[in-house]
Design a protein around this ligand. Structure first.
Ligand code: M6R
Length: 616
Protein backbone atom coordinates (compact mmCIF):
# COMPACT_ATOMS: atom_id res chain seq x y z
CA UNK A 1 0.00 0.00 0.00
CA UNK A 2 1.45 3.35 -0.88
CA UNK A 3 1.03 6.33 1.39
CA UNK A 4 0.07 9.48 -0.45
CA UNK A 5 1.43 12.12 1.82
CA UNK A 6 4.60 12.45 3.79
CA UNK A 7 7.08 15.17 4.30
CA UNK A 8 10.07 15.65 6.46
CA UNK A 9 12.38 18.45 7.31
CA UNK A 10 14.81 16.90 9.72
CA UNK A 11 18.02 15.40 8.23
CA UNK A 12 21.63 16.04 9.25
CA UNK A 13 24.31 17.94 7.34
CA UNK A 14 28.04 17.94 7.93
CA UNK A 15 31.10 19.16 6.06
CA UNK A 16 34.68 20.35 6.28
CA UNK A 17 37.43 22.30 4.59
CA UNK A 18 40.76 20.80 5.68
CA UNK A 19 44.35 21.99 5.48
CA UNK A 20 45.27 18.45 4.59
CA UNK A 21 43.90 14.91 4.77
CA UNK A 22 40.76 13.24 3.54
CA UNK A 23 37.56 15.24 3.91
CA UNK A 24 35.49 12.15 3.07
CA UNK A 25 36.71 10.13 6.06
CA UNK A 26 35.90 12.97 8.45
CA UNK A 27 32.48 13.65 6.90
CA UNK A 28 31.60 9.97 6.94
CA UNK A 29 32.31 9.85 10.69
CA UNK A 30 30.44 13.12 11.29
CA UNK A 31 27.38 11.85 9.46
CA UNK A 32 27.30 8.73 11.59
CA UNK A 33 27.04 10.95 14.65
CA UNK A 34 24.10 12.74 13.01
CA UNK A 35 22.36 9.57 11.87
CA UNK A 36 19.77 9.94 14.65
CA UNK A 37 18.40 12.83 12.58
CA UNK A 38 17.62 10.62 9.62
CA UNK A 39 18.65 7.34 8.10
CA UNK A 40 16.77 6.59 4.91
CA UNK A 41 19.58 7.70 2.61
CA UNK A 42 22.92 9.46 2.73
CA UNK A 43 25.59 10.91 0.53
CA UNK A 44 28.83 12.86 0.24
CA UNK A 45 30.29 15.30 -2.28
CA UNK A 46 33.93 16.39 -2.40
CA UNK A 47 35.84 18.82 -4.59
CA UNK A 48 39.22 17.82 -5.98
CA UNK A 49 41.37 19.23 -8.79
CA UNK A 50 38.56 21.21 -10.36
CA UNK A 51 36.02 18.38 -10.24
CA UNK A 52 33.01 17.46 -8.15
CA UNK A 53 32.77 13.90 -6.82
CA UNK A 54 29.46 12.58 -5.48
CA UNK A 55 28.48 9.27 -3.89
CA UNK A 56 25.02 8.71 -2.49
CA UNK A 57 22.51 5.97 -1.97
CA UNK A 58 19.46 4.68 -0.18
CA UNK A 59 19.63 3.08 3.25
CA UNK A 60 21.70 3.51 6.39
CA UNK A 61 25.16 5.08 6.16
CA UNK A 62 26.94 1.79 6.86
CA UNK A 63 24.94 -0.04 4.20
CA UNK A 64 25.68 2.58 1.56
CA UNK A 65 29.34 2.73 2.58
CA UNK A 66 29.66 -1.05 2.20
CA UNK A 67 28.42 -0.75 -1.38
CA UNK A 68 30.06 2.49 -2.49
CA UNK A 69 32.96 3.20 -0.11
CA UNK A 70 32.57 6.83 0.85
CA UNK A 71 36.12 7.03 2.16
CA UNK A 72 37.90 6.95 -1.16
CA UNK A 73 36.33 10.20 -2.38
CA UNK A 74 39.31 12.51 -3.05
CA UNK A 75 39.91 16.02 -1.73
CA UNK A 76 40.20 18.18 1.38
CA UNK A 77 36.81 19.85 0.98
CA UNK A 78 33.39 18.25 1.09
CA UNK A 79 29.82 18.10 2.35
CA UNK A 80 27.55 15.27 3.48
CA UNK A 81 23.96 14.56 4.34
CA UNK A 82 21.91 11.95 6.15
CA UNK A 83 18.25 12.07 5.31
CA UNK A 84 14.92 11.19 6.82
CA UNK A 85 12.08 10.75 4.31
CA UNK A 86 11.86 13.97 2.43
CA UNK A 87 9.83 14.90 -0.66
CA UNK A 88 9.71 11.78 -2.77
CA UNK A 89 10.50 8.26 -1.68
CA UNK A 90 13.94 7.38 -0.32
CA UNK A 91 16.03 6.61 -3.41
CA UNK A 92 19.53 7.29 -4.74
CA UNK A 93 18.09 10.10 -6.93
CA UNK A 94 16.42 11.81 -3.99
CA UNK A 95 19.43 11.39 -1.68
CA UNK A 96 21.61 14.46 -1.12
CA UNK A 97 23.97 16.02 -2.20
CA UNK A 98 22.13 17.37 -5.24
CA UNK A 99 23.70 19.14 -8.16
CA UNK A 100 22.78 21.44 -11.02
CA UNK A 101 22.70 20.85 -14.78
CA UNK A 102 26.45 21.26 -15.34
CA UNK A 103 28.13 19.94 -12.20
CA UNK A 104 28.96 23.43 -10.97
CA UNK A 105 27.64 22.93 -7.45
CA UNK A 106 26.69 20.29 -4.91
CA UNK A 107 24.17 21.13 -2.21
CA UNK A 108 23.06 19.53 1.06
CA UNK A 109 19.98 20.85 2.81
CA UNK A 110 17.96 20.30 5.95
CA UNK A 111 14.57 21.99 6.03
CA UNK A 112 11.57 22.57 3.81
CA UNK A 113 11.39 24.92 0.82
CA UNK A 114 7.74 25.88 0.79
CA UNK A 115 7.70 27.58 -2.62
CA UNK A 116 9.69 24.92 -4.44
CA UNK A 117 6.87 23.94 -6.85
CA UNK A 118 6.68 27.46 -8.18
CA UNK A 119 10.48 27.84 -8.37
CA UNK A 120 10.84 24.48 -10.06
CA UNK A 121 8.28 25.43 -12.72
CA UNK A 122 10.09 28.69 -13.41
CA UNK A 123 13.47 26.96 -13.64
CA UNK A 124 12.15 24.18 -15.87
CA UNK A 125 10.63 26.79 -18.16
CA UNK A 126 14.14 28.21 -18.54
CA UNK A 127 15.47 24.80 -19.54
CA UNK A 128 16.84 23.43 -16.25
CA UNK A 129 16.57 19.66 -15.95
CA UNK A 130 15.71 18.19 -12.55
CA UNK A 131 17.02 14.79 -11.55
CA UNK A 132 15.18 14.37 -8.24
CA UNK A 133 11.76 15.00 -6.69
CA UNK A 134 13.24 16.99 -3.82
CA UNK A 135 12.60 20.59 -2.88
CA UNK A 136 16.37 20.99 -2.38
CA UNK A 137 17.27 20.69 -6.03
CA UNK A 138 15.82 24.14 -6.80
CA UNK A 139 18.69 25.60 -4.75
CA UNK A 140 21.26 23.95 -7.04
CA UNK A 141 19.71 25.38 -10.18
CA UNK A 142 19.25 28.82 -8.66
CA UNK A 143 22.93 28.92 -7.65
CA UNK A 144 23.91 27.61 -11.10
CA UNK A 145 22.11 30.59 -12.69
CA UNK A 146 24.06 33.01 -10.50
CA UNK A 147 27.42 31.37 -11.29
CA UNK A 148 26.69 31.44 -15.00
CA UNK A 149 25.98 35.15 -14.75
CA UNK A 150 29.44 35.59 -13.21
CA UNK A 151 28.52 35.95 -9.54
CA UNK A 152 30.88 34.57 -6.91
CA UNK A 153 29.75 31.40 -5.13
CA UNK A 154 28.83 33.41 -2.03
CA UNK A 155 26.77 35.93 -4.00
CA UNK A 156 25.08 33.23 -6.05
CA UNK A 157 24.09 31.32 -2.92
CA UNK A 158 22.88 34.48 -1.22
CA UNK A 159 20.71 35.46 -4.16
CA UNK A 160 19.27 31.94 -4.36
CA UNK A 161 18.42 31.89 -0.65
CA UNK A 162 16.58 35.20 -0.90
CA UNK A 163 14.15 33.54 -3.31
CA UNK A 164 13.23 30.76 -0.89
CA UNK A 165 10.43 30.69 1.60
CA UNK A 166 10.53 28.03 4.27
CA UNK A 167 13.37 26.77 6.39
CA UNK A 168 16.89 25.67 5.68
CA UNK A 169 20.32 24.77 6.89
CA UNK A 170 22.21 24.51 3.65
CA UNK A 171 25.78 24.04 2.46
CA UNK A 172 27.16 24.46 -1.04
CA UNK A 173 30.49 23.50 -2.66
CA UNK A 174 31.72 24.26 -6.16
CA UNK A 175 34.83 23.31 -8.14
CA UNK A 176 34.86 26.94 -9.33
CA UNK A 177 35.89 28.02 -5.82
CA UNK A 178 37.38 24.80 -4.53
CA UNK A 179 38.69 25.81 -1.10
CA UNK A 180 35.50 26.99 0.47
CA UNK A 181 32.03 26.00 1.57
CA UNK A 182 29.16 28.48 1.70
CA UNK A 183 26.58 27.59 4.32
CA UNK A 184 23.56 29.34 5.79
CA UNK A 185 20.65 28.81 8.14
CA UNK A 186 17.06 29.85 8.69
CA UNK A 187 15.08 28.05 11.38
CA UNK A 188 17.22 24.91 11.11
CA UNK A 189 20.29 24.35 13.26
CA UNK A 190 23.83 24.96 12.00
CA UNK A 191 27.03 25.28 13.97
CA UNK A 192 30.64 25.80 12.85
CA UNK A 193 33.65 24.11 14.43
CA UNK A 194 37.19 25.49 14.29
CA UNK A 195 39.98 22.93 14.48
CA UNK A 196 43.75 22.78 14.07
CA UNK A 197 43.42 21.13 10.67
CA UNK A 198 40.49 23.04 9.25
CA UNK A 199 36.96 24.32 9.63
CA UNK A 200 33.80 22.24 9.96
CA UNK A 201 30.04 22.70 9.95
CA UNK A 202 27.37 20.45 11.40
CA UNK A 203 23.65 20.30 12.17
CA UNK A 204 24.50 19.91 15.81
CA UNK A 205 27.29 20.45 18.26
CA UNK A 206 27.75 16.87 19.56
CA UNK A 207 28.78 15.72 16.08
CA UNK A 208 31.68 18.22 16.20
CA UNK A 209 33.04 17.57 19.67
CA UNK A 210 35.33 14.71 18.60
CA UNK A 211 37.10 17.24 16.33
CA UNK A 212 37.14 20.47 18.32
CA UNK A 213 35.68 22.30 21.30
CA UNK A 214 35.69 25.66 19.50
CA UNK A 215 32.23 26.38 18.12
CA UNK A 216 30.51 29.27 16.37
CA UNK A 217 26.72 29.19 16.62
CA UNK A 218 25.11 30.76 13.58
CA UNK A 219 21.91 32.79 13.95
CA UNK A 220 18.80 32.59 11.79
CA UNK A 221 19.48 34.53 8.62
CA UNK A 222 23.29 34.07 8.80
CA UNK A 223 25.43 33.00 5.87
CA UNK A 224 28.97 31.77 6.53
CA UNK A 225 31.90 31.11 4.24
CA UNK A 226 34.31 28.57 5.68
CA UNK A 227 37.81 27.78 4.47
CA UNK A 228 40.70 25.79 6.00
CA UNK A 229 41.95 29.03 7.57
CA UNK A 230 38.71 30.20 9.20
CA UNK A 231 35.29 31.66 8.62
CA UNK A 232 33.34 34.84 7.94
CA UNK A 233 29.67 35.51 8.60
CA UNK A 234 27.20 37.95 7.08
CA UNK A 235 23.45 38.43 6.95
CA UNK A 236 21.65 36.87 4.00
CA UNK A 237 19.20 39.75 3.65
CA UNK A 238 21.73 42.53 3.10
CA UNK A 239 25.23 41.06 3.12
CA UNK A 240 26.14 43.01 6.26
CA UNK A 241 29.14 41.34 7.99
CA UNK A 242 28.44 40.19 11.56
CA UNK A 243 30.62 39.03 14.39
CA UNK A 244 29.77 35.59 15.68
CA UNK A 245 32.14 34.83 18.49
CA UNK A 246 33.99 31.57 18.99
CA UNK A 247 32.72 29.75 22.06
CA UNK A 248 34.80 27.28 23.99
CA UNK A 249 32.56 24.35 24.73
CA UNK A 250 33.19 22.50 27.95
CA UNK A 251 30.37 19.98 27.49
CA UNK A 252 31.07 16.30 27.19
CA UNK A 253 29.53 14.75 24.05
CA UNK A 254 26.74 13.35 26.25
CA UNK A 255 25.95 16.74 27.79
CA UNK A 256 26.03 18.31 24.36
CA UNK A 257 23.45 15.84 23.06
CA UNK A 258 21.14 17.22 25.69
CA UNK A 259 21.90 20.76 24.54
CA UNK A 260 23.10 21.67 28.03
CA UNK A 261 19.82 20.58 29.65
CA UNK A 262 20.12 18.05 32.47
CA UNK A 263 17.63 15.68 30.82
CA UNK A 264 16.26 15.02 27.35
CA UNK A 265 12.74 15.54 28.65
CA UNK A 266 13.44 19.13 29.69
CA UNK A 267 15.21 19.81 26.41
CA UNK A 268 12.25 18.40 24.52
CA UNK A 269 9.79 20.50 26.53
CA UNK A 270 11.75 23.60 25.54
CA UNK A 271 11.94 22.46 21.91
CA UNK A 272 8.16 22.60 21.59
CA UNK A 273 7.78 26.03 19.99
CA UNK A 274 10.13 24.98 17.19
CA UNK A 275 8.58 21.52 16.87
CA UNK A 276 5.10 23.03 16.50
CA UNK A 277 6.38 25.73 14.14
CA UNK A 278 7.94 23.09 11.90
CA UNK A 279 4.89 20.87 12.10
CA UNK A 280 2.61 23.69 11.04
CA UNK A 281 4.45 23.71 7.73
CA UNK A 282 2.70 20.50 6.67
CA UNK A 283 2.04 20.97 2.97
CA UNK A 284 -1.61 21.72 2.22
CA UNK A 285 -1.80 18.84 -0.25
CA UNK A 286 -1.27 16.23 2.49
CA UNK A 287 -3.92 17.79 4.68
CA UNK A 288 -6.22 18.00 1.66
CA UNK A 289 -5.71 14.29 0.97
CA UNK A 290 -6.74 13.54 4.54
CA UNK A 291 -9.75 15.84 4.33
CA UNK A 292 -10.97 14.10 1.17
CA UNK A 293 -10.78 10.69 2.81
CA UNK A 294 -12.61 11.95 5.91
CA UNK A 295 -15.31 13.65 3.84
CA UNK A 296 -15.88 10.45 1.91
CA UNK A 297 -16.45 8.33 4.99
CA UNK A 298 -19.51 7.77 7.13
CA UNK A 299 -17.67 6.93 10.39
CA UNK A 300 -14.45 8.35 11.78
CA UNK A 301 -12.50 6.85 14.66
CA UNK A 302 -9.47 8.47 16.28
CA UNK A 303 -7.33 5.66 17.61
CA UNK A 304 -4.15 5.66 19.75
CA UNK A 305 -2.61 4.83 23.14
CA UNK A 306 -1.34 6.88 26.06
CA UNK A 307 -0.45 10.47 25.28
CA UNK A 308 -1.36 10.03 21.61
CA UNK A 309 -4.84 9.00 22.77
CA UNK A 310 -5.11 12.27 24.69
CA UNK A 311 -4.35 14.05 21.43
CA UNK A 312 -7.21 12.03 19.88
CA UNK A 313 -9.55 13.31 22.62
CA UNK A 314 -8.60 16.91 21.92
CA UNK A 315 -8.79 16.23 18.17
CA UNK A 316 -12.30 14.87 18.47
CA UNK A 317 -13.34 18.08 20.20
CA UNK A 318 -11.65 20.19 17.49
CA UNK A 319 -13.34 18.26 14.69
CA UNK A 320 -16.70 18.61 16.39
CA UNK A 321 -16.37 22.32 17.12
CA UNK A 322 -14.63 23.51 13.99
CA UNK A 323 -15.96 21.13 11.35
CA UNK A 324 -19.13 19.60 12.84
CA UNK A 325 -17.61 16.15 12.39
CA UNK A 326 -18.45 13.38 14.80
CA UNK A 327 -15.12 11.62 15.43
CA UNK A 328 -15.03 8.95 18.10
CA UNK A 329 -11.78 8.80 20.10
CA UNK A 330 -11.01 5.28 21.24
CA UNK A 331 -8.07 3.57 22.90
CA UNK A 332 -6.38 1.26 20.42
CA UNK A 333 -6.34 -1.59 22.91
CA UNK A 334 -10.15 -1.40 23.15
CA UNK A 335 -10.85 -0.75 19.51
CA UNK A 336 -11.65 -4.21 18.24
CA UNK A 337 -13.94 -5.05 21.20
CA UNK A 338 -15.90 -1.81 21.04
CA UNK A 339 -15.95 -1.05 17.36
CA UNK A 340 -14.85 -4.19 15.50
CA UNK A 341 -18.36 -5.04 14.31
CA UNK A 342 -19.03 -1.48 13.11
CA UNK A 343 -16.21 -1.20 10.59
CA UNK A 344 -16.87 -1.28 6.86
CA UNK A 345 -15.56 0.29 3.65
CA UNK A 346 -17.06 3.66 4.61
CA UNK A 347 -15.11 3.75 7.88
CA UNK A 348 -11.98 5.83 8.38
CA UNK A 349 -9.45 5.29 11.12
CA UNK A 350 -7.19 8.20 11.98
CA UNK A 351 -4.39 6.65 14.03
CA UNK A 352 -1.90 8.68 16.06
CA UNK A 353 1.45 7.32 17.18
CA UNK A 354 4.67 9.09 18.03
CA UNK A 355 6.75 5.97 17.33
CA UNK A 356 4.59 4.48 14.62
CA UNK A 357 5.35 1.11 16.19
CA UNK A 358 2.88 0.75 19.06
CA UNK A 359 1.53 -2.78 18.80
CA UNK A 360 -2.00 -1.98 20.03
CA UNK A 361 -2.35 0.79 17.45
CA UNK A 362 -0.95 -1.35 14.64
CA UNK A 363 -3.35 -4.17 15.57
CA UNK A 364 -6.33 -1.82 15.41
CA UNK A 365 -5.16 -0.60 12.01
CA UNK A 366 -4.67 -4.10 10.62
CA UNK A 367 -8.11 -5.13 11.78
CA UNK A 368 -9.67 -2.06 10.17
CA UNK A 369 -7.79 -2.66 6.92
CA UNK A 370 -9.03 -6.24 6.77
CA UNK A 371 -12.57 -4.89 6.87
CA UNK A 372 -11.92 -2.46 4.04
CA UNK A 373 -11.59 0.74 6.09
CA UNK A 374 -9.37 3.64 5.09
CA UNK A 375 -6.42 4.40 7.36
CA UNK A 376 -4.89 7.82 7.97
CA UNK A 377 -2.09 8.40 10.40
CA UNK A 378 0.00 11.04 12.13
CA UNK A 379 3.42 9.93 13.33
CA UNK A 380 6.80 11.32 14.22
CA UNK A 381 8.82 8.50 12.66
CA UNK A 382 8.92 8.33 8.90
CA UNK A 383 9.36 4.83 7.61
CA UNK A 384 7.81 3.33 10.77
CA UNK A 385 5.30 0.50 10.45
CA UNK A 386 2.33 2.86 10.68
CA UNK A 387 3.46 4.75 7.57
CA UNK A 388 3.55 1.52 5.61
CA UNK A 389 0.04 0.57 6.69
CA UNK A 390 -1.62 3.93 6.05
CA UNK A 391 -3.34 5.21 2.92
CA UNK A 392 -2.28 8.75 3.87
CA UNK A 393 0.10 9.83 6.60
CA UNK A 394 1.55 13.08 7.83
CA UNK A 395 4.76 13.42 9.82
CA UNK A 396 4.97 15.63 12.86
CA UNK A 397 8.16 17.64 12.64
CA UNK A 398 9.16 17.28 16.27
CA UNK A 399 12.54 15.68 15.68
CA UNK A 400 13.62 12.64 17.66
CA UNK A 401 12.01 12.37 21.07
CA UNK A 402 14.37 10.55 23.41
CA UNK A 403 12.64 11.02 26.78
CA UNK A 404 10.15 8.23 27.40
CA UNK A 405 7.49 10.76 28.37
CA UNK A 406 5.96 12.20 25.22
CA UNK A 407 6.00 16.01 25.20
CA UNK A 408 6.87 17.77 21.94
CA UNK A 409 5.27 15.02 19.88
CA UNK A 410 1.97 15.56 21.74
CA UNK A 411 1.81 19.28 21.01
CA UNK A 412 2.89 18.62 17.41
CA UNK A 413 0.08 16.08 17.00
CA UNK A 414 -2.36 18.68 18.32
CA UNK A 415 -1.05 21.20 15.79
CA UNK A 416 -1.82 18.88 12.88
CA UNK A 417 -5.25 18.00 14.27
CA UNK A 418 -6.05 21.71 14.58
CA UNK A 419 -4.93 22.36 10.99
CA UNK A 420 -7.00 19.45 9.74
CA UNK A 421 -10.09 20.57 11.66
CA UNK A 422 -9.76 24.13 10.39
CA UNK A 423 -9.41 22.96 6.81
CA UNK A 424 -12.42 20.67 7.12
CA UNK A 425 -14.42 23.43 8.80
CA UNK A 426 -13.83 25.74 5.85
CA UNK A 427 -14.44 23.08 3.20
CA UNK A 428 -17.69 22.03 4.83
CA UNK A 429 -18.91 25.59 5.27
CA UNK A 430 -18.97 25.34 9.06
CA UNK A 431 -16.47 28.17 9.48
CA UNK A 432 -16.95 31.52 7.78
CA UNK A 433 -13.86 32.67 5.87
CA UNK A 434 -13.19 35.41 8.42
CA UNK A 435 -13.52 33.09 11.42
CA UNK A 436 -11.26 30.56 9.70
CA UNK A 437 -8.67 33.23 8.97
CA UNK A 438 -8.62 34.43 12.58
CA UNK A 439 -8.25 30.90 13.96
CA UNK A 440 -5.57 30.03 11.42
CA UNK A 441 -3.67 33.15 12.44
CA UNK A 442 -4.02 32.23 16.11
CA UNK A 443 -2.72 28.73 15.33
CA UNK A 444 0.32 30.08 13.50
CA UNK A 445 0.97 32.29 16.51
CA UNK A 446 0.91 29.35 18.95
CA UNK A 447 4.70 28.72 18.82
CA UNK A 448 5.29 32.31 19.92
CA UNK A 449 2.79 31.94 22.75
CA UNK A 450 4.51 28.72 23.82
CA UNK A 451 7.82 30.58 23.80
CA UNK A 452 6.44 33.29 26.10
CA UNK A 453 4.90 30.68 28.35
CA UNK A 454 8.15 28.72 28.65
CA UNK A 455 10.04 31.94 29.30
CA UNK A 456 7.69 32.95 32.10
CA UNK A 457 6.65 29.89 34.04
CA UNK A 458 9.72 27.65 34.36
CA UNK A 459 10.98 28.78 37.77
CA UNK A 460 7.49 29.21 39.19
CA UNK A 461 6.43 25.70 38.22
CA UNK A 462 9.69 24.35 39.63
CA UNK A 463 8.98 25.93 43.00
CA UNK A 464 5.41 24.55 43.01
CA UNK A 465 6.71 21.08 42.10
CA UNK A 466 9.22 21.17 44.96
CA UNK A 467 6.45 21.95 47.47
CA UNK A 468 4.12 19.18 46.28
CA UNK A 469 6.71 16.56 45.29
CA UNK A 470 5.76 14.30 48.19
CA UNK A 471 1.97 14.69 47.99
CA UNK A 472 0.51 11.19 47.78
CA UNK A 473 -2.06 12.01 45.14
CA UNK A 474 -3.16 14.71 42.66
CA UNK A 475 -6.29 15.55 40.67
CA UNK A 476 -6.14 17.30 37.29
CA UNK A 477 -9.48 18.81 36.34
CA UNK A 478 -11.01 20.80 33.52
CA UNK A 479 -13.94 20.89 31.13
CA UNK A 480 -14.36 20.72 27.38
CA UNK A 481 -11.25 20.29 25.29
CA UNK A 482 -8.98 20.65 28.30
CA UNK A 483 -10.23 17.41 29.80
CA UNK A 484 -7.64 16.01 27.38
CA UNK A 485 -5.04 18.35 28.92
CA UNK A 486 -6.05 17.25 32.42
CA UNK A 487 -5.68 13.57 31.51
CA UNK A 488 -2.31 14.28 29.93
CA UNK A 489 -1.12 16.26 32.98
CA UNK A 490 -2.05 13.35 35.22
CA UNK A 491 -0.37 10.79 32.96
CA UNK A 492 2.84 12.83 32.82
CA UNK A 493 2.94 13.19 36.60
CA UNK A 494 2.34 9.55 37.35
CA UNK A 495 4.65 8.10 34.72
CA UNK A 496 7.77 9.98 35.74
CA UNK A 497 7.25 11.09 39.36
CA UNK A 498 5.35 7.92 40.40
CA UNK A 499 2.84 10.06 42.30
CA UNK A 500 -0.70 8.80 41.97
CA UNK A 501 -2.66 11.21 39.78
CA UNK A 502 -6.05 11.22 38.11
CA UNK A 503 -7.38 13.42 35.36
CA UNK A 504 -11.13 14.01 35.35
CA UNK A 505 -13.78 16.12 33.67
CA UNK A 506 -14.36 18.70 36.42
CA UNK A 507 -18.13 18.40 36.20
CA UNK A 508 -17.83 14.72 37.05
CA UNK A 509 -15.80 15.26 40.19
CA UNK A 510 -18.87 15.78 42.39
CA UNK A 511 -20.08 12.31 41.31
CA UNK A 512 -17.39 10.50 43.25
CA UNK A 513 -13.83 11.79 43.17
CA UNK A 514 -14.65 14.66 45.53
CA UNK A 515 -14.93 12.11 48.34
CA UNK A 516 -11.13 11.97 48.51
CA UNK A 517 -10.68 15.68 49.08
CA UNK A 518 -9.28 16.69 52.43
CA UNK A 519 -7.07 19.50 53.70
CA UNK A 520 -4.18 20.17 51.31
CA UNK A 521 -5.17 17.70 48.55
CA UNK A 522 -3.59 19.20 45.39
CA UNK A 523 -6.09 19.86 42.59
CA UNK A 524 -4.70 21.25 39.35
CA UNK A 525 -7.38 23.15 37.42
CA UNK A 526 -6.95 24.12 33.78
CA UNK A 527 -9.12 27.22 33.37
CA UNK A 528 -8.85 28.94 30.00
CA UNK A 529 -11.07 31.94 29.39
CA UNK A 530 -13.95 30.82 27.22
CA UNK A 531 -17.12 28.83 27.35
CA UNK A 532 -16.25 26.53 30.23
CA UNK A 533 -14.75 29.06 32.60
CA UNK A 534 -17.92 29.98 34.48
CA UNK A 535 -18.90 26.40 35.31
CA UNK A 536 -15.29 25.49 36.05
CA UNK A 537 -15.09 28.21 38.67
CA UNK A 538 -18.00 26.50 40.40
CA UNK A 539 -16.00 23.26 40.44
CA UNK A 540 -12.95 25.06 41.78
CA UNK A 541 -15.05 26.37 44.68
CA UNK A 542 -16.49 22.92 45.42
CA UNK A 543 -12.96 21.61 45.90
CA UNK A 544 -11.65 24.66 47.70
CA UNK A 545 -14.39 24.67 50.34
CA UNK A 546 -13.45 21.07 51.16
CA UNK A 547 -9.85 22.02 51.80
CA UNK A 548 -8.18 21.23 48.45
CA UNK A 549 -5.06 23.18 47.49
CA UNK A 550 -5.89 24.80 44.18
CA UNK A 551 -3.12 25.01 41.59
CA UNK A 552 -4.55 26.76 38.56
CA UNK A 553 -3.34 27.24 35.02
CA UNK A 554 -5.21 30.20 33.58
CA UNK A 555 -4.77 33.39 31.57
CA UNK A 556 -2.17 35.57 33.27
CA UNK A 557 -4.63 38.44 33.78
CA UNK A 558 -7.41 36.28 35.24
CA UNK A 559 -7.53 37.91 38.68
CA UNK A 560 -10.62 36.00 39.74
CA UNK A 561 -8.96 32.61 39.26
CA UNK A 562 -5.81 33.96 40.90
CA UNK A 563 -7.83 34.93 43.98
CA UNK A 564 -9.18 31.37 44.31
CA UNK A 565 -5.79 29.70 43.93
CA UNK A 566 -2.98 28.81 46.31
CA UNK A 567 -0.72 28.62 43.28
CA UNK A 568 -1.43 30.42 40.05
CA UNK A 569 0.36 29.66 36.77
CA UNK A 570 -0.42 32.38 34.24
CA UNK A 571 -0.20 31.69 30.51
CA UNK A 572 -0.41 34.40 27.82
CA UNK A 573 -3.94 35.72 27.28
CA UNK A 574 -6.08 35.61 24.19
CA UNK A 575 -5.63 32.06 22.92
CA UNK A 576 -8.87 30.59 21.49
CA UNK A 577 -10.11 27.83 23.79
CA UNK A 578 -10.09 25.26 20.98
CA UNK A 579 -6.30 25.70 20.64
CA UNK A 580 -5.54 26.13 24.32
CA UNK A 581 -4.33 22.56 25.10
CA UNK A 582 -1.26 23.11 22.92
CA UNK A 583 -0.06 25.75 25.39
CA UNK A 584 -1.78 24.83 28.65
CA UNK A 585 -0.16 21.41 28.73
CA UNK A 586 3.32 22.94 28.89
CA UNK A 587 3.26 23.93 32.61
CA UNK A 588 1.87 20.48 33.41
CA UNK A 589 4.80 18.81 31.65
CA UNK A 590 7.17 21.00 33.67
CA UNK A 591 5.33 20.19 36.89
CA UNK A 592 5.77 16.47 36.26
CA UNK A 593 9.41 16.93 35.27
CA UNK A 594 10.40 18.94 38.35
CA UNK A 595 8.44 16.65 40.70
CA UNK A 596 10.25 13.64 39.24
CA UNK A 597 13.65 15.28 39.64
CA UNK A 598 12.82 16.40 43.19
CA UNK A 599 12.05 12.78 44.07
CA UNK A 600 15.36 11.61 42.64
CA UNK A 601 13.86 9.87 39.59
CA UNK A 602 15.34 9.83 36.12
CA UNK A 603 12.56 11.43 34.06
CA UNK A 604 14.08 10.21 30.81
CA UNK A 605 13.88 6.57 31.79
CA UNK A 606 10.93 5.97 34.11
CA UNK A 607 10.68 2.53 35.66
CA UNK A 608 8.60 -0.15 33.92
CA UNK A 609 8.09 1.95 30.77
CA UNK A 610 9.50 1.86 27.25
CA UNK A 611 9.56 4.53 24.60
CA UNK A 612 7.92 2.28 22.12
CA UNK A 613 5.48 -0.37 23.36
CA UNK A 614 5.64 -3.17 20.85
CA UNK A 615 3.62 -5.77 22.77
CA UNK A 616 -0.16 -5.96 23.06
O1 M6R B 1 4.40 5.92 20.13
P1 M6R B 1 2.99 6.11 20.57
O2 M6R B 1 2.51 7.51 20.47
O3 M6R B 1 2.06 5.17 19.83
O4 M6R B 1 2.96 5.69 22.07
C1 M6R B 1 1.78 5.61 22.79
C2 M6R B 1 2.05 5.50 24.27
O5 M6R B 1 2.76 4.35 24.56
C3 M6R B 1 2.82 6.72 24.78
O6 M6R B 1 2.15 7.91 24.51
C4 M6R B 1 3.04 6.61 26.30
O7 M6R B 1 1.83 6.75 26.97
C5 M6R B 1 4.06 7.66 26.74
N1 M6R B 1 4.91 7.11 27.73
C6 M6R B 1 3.43 8.89 27.27
O8 M6R B 1 4.32 9.80 27.78
Amino acid sequence: MSAKGAYQGLCGIFGCTLINGSAAIIIHEGLKKLEYRGYDSAGLATVHEGKLYVKKGKGKIDEIHRLLNFDDLPGHVGIGHTRWATHGAPSPQNAHPHSDCHGLVAVVHNGIIENFHQLKEELEAKGHVFKSRTDTEVICHLVEEGLEEGLSLKEAVKRALLKLSGSFAVAVVSPLEPDKIVCARKECPLVLGLGENGTFFSSDLPALLWLTNKAVFLYDGDLAVISPQGYSVERIENGEPVDRAVELVSWSPEQAEKGGFPHFMLKEIYEQPQAVRNTLRAPRSYLENMCSVIEGSSKLYLVACGTSYHACLAGSYMLSRLAAIDAKPILASEFSEWCGNLIDEKTTLLALSQSGETADTLDAIKMALEKGAKVLSITNVMGSSITRLSHVYIGTQAGPEVGVAATKTFTSQLAILAQLSLMLGLRRGILEAEEHRALQEALLNVPKVMDFCLGNVGQLVKSIALRYAYAPSFYFLSRGINVATALEGALKLKEISYIHAEGYPAGESKHGPIALIEEGFPCVFIVPKGEVRGRLLGNVMEMKTRGASIISVAEEDDEEVKAFSQDFIGVPSGLPEVLSPIVYVVPLQLLAYYAAVARGNDPDKPRNLAKSVTVT
